[in-house]
Design a protein around this ligand. Structure first.
Ligand code: ZN
Length: 133
């Protein structure tokens, strides 16, 4: 069951410049930075009362985020819902005819299980389901 907004993913060209905006201009508190070499990303995480904002900077031109920025520019990339049973939700959505990018949950950051839905089925909003370990 989907229970909350877990995080919001935002594609950025330059992580340090965008950190300066979110931290110094908006006044949000930076929780940390992470390197995700397997996804060819560097990320910065802000935590706003339990809702994380993740800035996603591609480290290689062949990363998904680089392709997204090339096509659509910087901006909102995906919304991640906290879900206490990703496998069950995938099954239910599949039965309802919703397209899935991930038919099964796969490992995400920090021991989470994640799955993405096909944005063609979600009215062009890229949605991720995220289950805490
Ligand atoms: Zn995400």
């Amino acid at each position: 069951m989907i229970t909350k907004i877990e995080h919001i993913g935002i594609a950025v060209k330059d992580l340090e410049e965008r950190i300066a905006f979110y931290r110094d201009v908006l006044g949000l508190s930076l929780e940390g930075r992470e390197e995700l070499p397997e996804r060819k990303l560097r990320i910065a995480v802000f935590n706003l009362n339990g809702v994380r904002i993740e800035l996603l900077e591609p480290t290689s031109p062949d990363s998904n985020i680089a392709a997204f920025i090339e096509k659509r520019g910087e901006g909102l990339h995906h919304i991640a819902f906290g879900d206490d049973d990703v496998k069950g939700t995938l099954h239910r959505l599949s039965e309802a005819g919703i397209g899935l990018i991930d038919r099964e949950p796969r490992p995400g950051a920090a021991g989470t299980k994640i799955a993405f839905l096909d944005p063609k089925s979600t009215f062009r909003v890229l949605m991720e389901l995220c289950e805490k370990a």
